[in-house]
Design a protein around this ligand. Structure first.
Ligand SMILES: [Zn+2]
Length: 318
């Protein structure tokens, strides 16, 4: 089963089959939390099924359901690691064999943008000399990280973040409250599955505590230096996300916008605050947060970094 926001791309994939012009290599890119893997598997099921419908009853469909179809090859890097040349060599070895069934073969490469240079070189050969009756489906979040030589050999399909209303409706259908869902979408760039995962974790609670802290800081009821020490254990990328969404909302409100806020549960506080803040400093904070996000992996001293951030926040008031 695909998700409702897959429909436009699904129609596109469908057209390849109907017109019998399935490319050798497809690149499916999109943000985390949009269900790229699910879409790829659904498409593979459609291609490999004897009746091209993912009927669920034929031999190939049963093999797929048991994750043992020999003509569906999936490769992915280990969590948090690059996709290595060993995996690609293993794939090449398997592609030398003929497909077992009549429907051709599907290869799904997850996190293709995590290929290291050796893996990419090796992979390029499989694109230059495509195996028989084989379609390779590359999945990735950041297609710009793929070498141009690989990009140019793939048909690129982009899975877009759904319109806010569609994402919200889907989350509500899953049983989540409207306001929390809106907050979650604001935290996850609008990706519904990432928003769902966010709500199911302890992040809503951690964010709420952080927001209360920032409120006190901006009311002058907290010392920025002491505060930095007390938040040193929190994941810096979460702290940056929280602050970025607050800053974005404040800028929006200060400019007279703000029908749609990323933090709708804090609207009243944000509105009061937006009238009092120095807009120029707000932009400086925004810039600083972007720079920190860029250098996220090189930040060694989190306390020092937080001190700088909290002092900047504290000074927003004047
Ligand atoms: Zn079937």
């Amino acid at each position: 089963m695909t998700y409702p926001w897959h429909d436009p791309l699904w129609a596109h994939l469908d057209a390849y089959l109907i017109q019998d012009r399935l490319p050798h290599a497809l690149l499916l890119s999109g943000a985390r939390g949009l269900g790229k893997r699910r879409l790829a598997k659904a498409f593979a099921a459609r291609v490999l099924c004897e009746t091209a419908t993912a009927c669920g009853r034929c031999g190939p469909c049963r093999l797929l359901a048991a994750s043992s179809h020999p003509d569906l090859i999936e490769i992915a890097p280990e969590a948090g690691k690059p996709l290595t040349v060993d995996r690609i060599r293993g794939l090449i070895g398997r592609l030398e064999l003929k497909p077992q069934y009549q429907r051709g073969r599907m290869v799904v490469v997850e996190s293709a943008d995590q290929m290291n240079a050796a893996a990419a070189n090796s992979f390029l050969k499989t694109l230059e000399e495509p195996a028989e009756e084989t379609t390779i489906l590359l999945l990735c979040e950041m297609p710009g990280r793929l070498p141009a030589t690989i990009l140019s050999r793939c048909q690129h399909l982009k899975l877009a973040v759904p319109p806010a209303r569609q994402a919200l409706r889907w989350l509500q259908d899953q049983g989540f409250a409207a306001e929390l869902s809106q907050v979650a979408l604001g935290q996850t760039g609008g990706a519904p599955l990432a928003a769902k995962q966010w709500m199911e974790s302890d992040l809503p609670d951690r964010r709420r505590r952080f927001m209360e802290t920032v409120e006190k800081l901006l009311d002058g009821r907290h010392d920025p230096v002491l505060l930095a020490a007390s938040w040193q254990e929190e994941d810096l990328s979460h702290l940056l996300t929280w602050l970025q969404t607050v800053t974005a909302d404040l800028i929006r409100l200060a400019q007279g916008g703000g029908e749609r806020l990323l933090n709708p549960d804090r609207r009243q506080w944000l509105q009061t605050l937006a009238c009092r803040l120095n807009l120029k400093r707000l932009y400086e904070l925004w810039q600083r947060l972007l720079e920190m996000r860029e250098g996220l992996h090189t930040q060694l001293n989190q306390v020092l970094l937080l001190e700088t951030l909290f002092i900047t926040l504290h000074r927003l008031r004047s």
